[in-house]
Design a protein around this ligand. Structure first.
Ligand code: 5GP
Length: 182
């Protein structure tokens, strides 16, 4: 199998993080790209593992130096970006690399690297997406409203992706992703 750059995106609360974790646990031949972000770490998050936690100044410098393959402001709050070099090095070594990034970022990667395979994770239904967002309880009501508004716009982008996979059951969704990448 030739090395693959896979970009996995989807609306808020669709469960893409869980799908990606499952994919990586079952398929160690895929490595996750560690993104940079200006947001503050959550309890338990480790710099260089979960994210590179950068200051605004460091992020600006990375943009100036063309160190980022793509970057975007997510949920109107913090900036997130994919460091270019680790991705290029992994591909040069013949490794498979997975990016779990937002929809704007996914489109930018596809434009820069058309060989990337972009996968849009779909919720089984709109009501189920609303339910997942409210039951995870990490956002207050007004933040949930904002994310759902973004999700509506994002769902309209699904057709711009190479493939769409419905996340009704995590293991099944991850398996479908593996099959697309193989
Ligand atoms: P969180 O702050 O919850 O870890 O992530 C928020 C959002 O940022 C998620 O939708 C995630 O996909 C997106 N994200 C994480 N890393 C990147 C990145 O490198 N680039 C872009 N464009 N989005 C990212």
């Amino acid at each position: 199998m030739t090395s693959r750059l896979a970009v996995i995106a989807g609306p808020t609360a669709v469960g893409k993080g869980t799908v990606v974790r499952h994919l990586l646990a079952e398929h160690p031949e895929f490595k996750l790209s560690v993104s940079a972000t200006t947001r503050t770490p959550r309890p338990g998050e480790v710099d260089g593992v979960d994210y590179f936690f950068w200051t605004q100044a460091r992020f600006d410098e990375a943009i100036r130096n063309n160190e980022l393959l793509e970057y975007a402001t997510v949920h109107g709050l913090n900036r997130y970006g994919t460091p270019r070099k680790p991705v290029e090095d992994a591909l040069a070594r013949g490794e498979n690399i997975v990016l779990e990034i937002d929809i704007q970022g996914a489109k930018l990667v596809k434009a820069a690297m058309p060989e990337a395979l972009t996968i849009f994770i779909q919720p089984p239904s709109w009501d189920e997406l609303v339910r997942r967002l409210s039951t995870r309880g990490t956002e207050d009501a007004s933040e949930q409203e904002k994310r759902l508004a973004t999700a509506r716009v994002e769902l309209a982008s699904a057709d711009d992706f190479d493939y769409q996979v419905i996340n009704d059951e995590v293991a099944k969704c991850a398996q479908e992703v593996v099959e697309l990448l193989s």
